[in-house]
Design a binder for this molecule. Structure first.
Ligand SMILES: [Zn+2]
Length: 257
């Protein structure tokens, strides 16, 4: 055989042996892929989760708790991670308590404000059910037994969550809180920046009908950064957000069954 013929024979032999092997490999890998896809499909729930906040966060975060007249906190609900006292600037002779994560976030917020030349003061944080009840009864007494909405009904106060905090400026020290705070440099800075530190303005002016509470530009509430930014971007108050996510979860879980 000529050299060229020999090369041809070798090539043909190679093809004869190699082709079935390659085919076998192809088949095997294809089979593997199908099995993988099937396993993945079985893991997937029936309905796709499309809500912008993860299902897991909504089901596990206790920073999104809603406290209002319709959704009362338990008489003996006390968060188990309260700080002894806030470490950031405050105006109070008594210790101010908050849940640890919220307290840390507040310090970060105050630090950021200071960098912009804004000086903020924490005024009151966690309030127990019992304290709220005393405040509420005192208010009723002063107001001839009528609830004027100024002091929250026991169990409905955002302060009992340990995630709410009243923040004021230097000019507000020792004075009654008024909505004019929202027009101050400090109030405007808060309304603009609190979201990026996980806080929302819990009681906004255009949501009074829904929250049932007057506009309080000084009352911040920690919910976590992702939720706070989502609420800001979609102009939702906590009541609206709660209704929205609960509906998404209910739909998803109904479809899963
Ligand atoms: Zn407050």
């Amino acid at each position: 055989m000529k050299r060229i013929d020999r090369i041809c024979v070798v090539l043909m032999l190679m093809l004869l042996f190699a082709a079935p092997c390659a085919a076998e490999m192809l088949d095997l890998s294809a089979l593997g892929e199908i099995e993988e896809a099937q396993a993945f499909e079985e893991e997937l729930p029936q309905k796709e989760w499309t809500y912008p906040i993860s299902y897991e966060l909504l089901k596990t975060s206790d920073y999104i708790v809603l406290a209002n007249r319709e959704s009362l906190l338990d008489e003996d609900y006390v968060p188990d991670d309260l700080t002894k006292d806030l470490s950031c600037r405050k105006i109070s002779y008594d210790p101010i308590q908050m849940r640890q994560t919220a307290a840390d976030a507040l310090c970060a917020l105050f630090d950021a404000a200071e960098k912009d030349g804004i000086y903020l003061y924490a005024h009151s944080g966690y309030r127990s059910y019992r304290t709220q009840k005393t405040m509420y009864n005192n208010r009723l007494e002063k107001n001839n037994g009528k609830d004027d909405g100024v002091v929250a009904y026991p169990g409905s106060s955002d302060h009992q969550t340990g995630l709410g905090i009243d923040v004021i400026n230097k000019a507000g020290i020792g004075k009654k809180f008024t909505e004019a705070f929202g027009e101050t440099k400090q109030g405007k800075w808060l309304a603009e920046n609190c979201w990026d530190y996980g806080f929302i303005l819990r009681y906004q002016k255009d949501k009074e009908d829904i929250t049932g509470i007057i506009y309080e530009p000084w009352h911040l509430r920690y919910v976590g950064v992702q939720v706070a930014q989502y609420m800001r971007d979609n102009n939702l108050c906590l009541e609206e957000f709660t209704e929205e996510w609960k509906e998404a979860v209910a739909e998803y879980e109904a479809a899963e069954r």
